[in-house]
Design a protein around this ligand. Sequence first.
Ligand SMILES: *Cc1c(COP(=O)(O)O)cnc(C)c1O
Length: 232
Amino acid sequence: MATTTAADGLAAVRSDITRACRDAGRDPASVTLVAVSKTFGAEAIEPVLAAGQQVFGENRVQEAKAKWPPLIARQKQRGSVELHLVGSLQSNKAKDAVALFDAIHSVDRAGLAQALAKEISGQRRQPLLFVEINTGAEPQKAGVAPQDADAFIAACRNQYGLAIAGLMCIPPVNEAPAPHFALTAKIARRNGLELLSMGMSADFPVAIGFGATHVRVGTAIFGSRPALSRNE
Ligand SMILES: *Cc1c(COP(=O)(O)O)cnc(C)c1O
């Protein structure tokens, strides 16, 4: 029986990133692959670490807190691991999130910005921060409405003293992603933000064409997740 391993998936995603960069006239080193390992256990993650992947994404603070410290401890000889929180963050978990994550892709509310600012100064840690834009204005989805983005980014900077590094978006599932990537890139440009977290398994090559600096890829590396976890 032919099986596709996560290491095979990783290699395929890396070569797709290289090709998309070539097509877009970009340096592949300008795109960071965030391997989204949510729902997968240590046994699934180990081979991906062994294949040289060092940047991982999780969507739940509690899950990451239970799963990653032992993996990171075992990883010490091979080099460092960078952990990115790609899922929504509750303000009461800001403390744990700042302690554990090197990047937070889901800054989207004043209360959260305030909680993060307090933890960042208290813990003297500076995770890379992305403001999440709800480009499809979907009521059930997290993120700042596009028309509120400039004011929210300004408030993060001026009111809370947060160093916002970039923007993140998750296009609506049933729409072509390109206009959403273009809109996110446009909002970033006019706010002087250099990083763009956009593109998932289905659309990361398209996102790279629109300037993505961080692509968040789960399924194409690890295989499909249990159905229940898909929209978490
Ligand atoms: C799960 C998740 C991903 C990865 O999605 P895939 O389609 O499995 O590549 C990316 N971004 C966020 C915010 C996620 O929750």
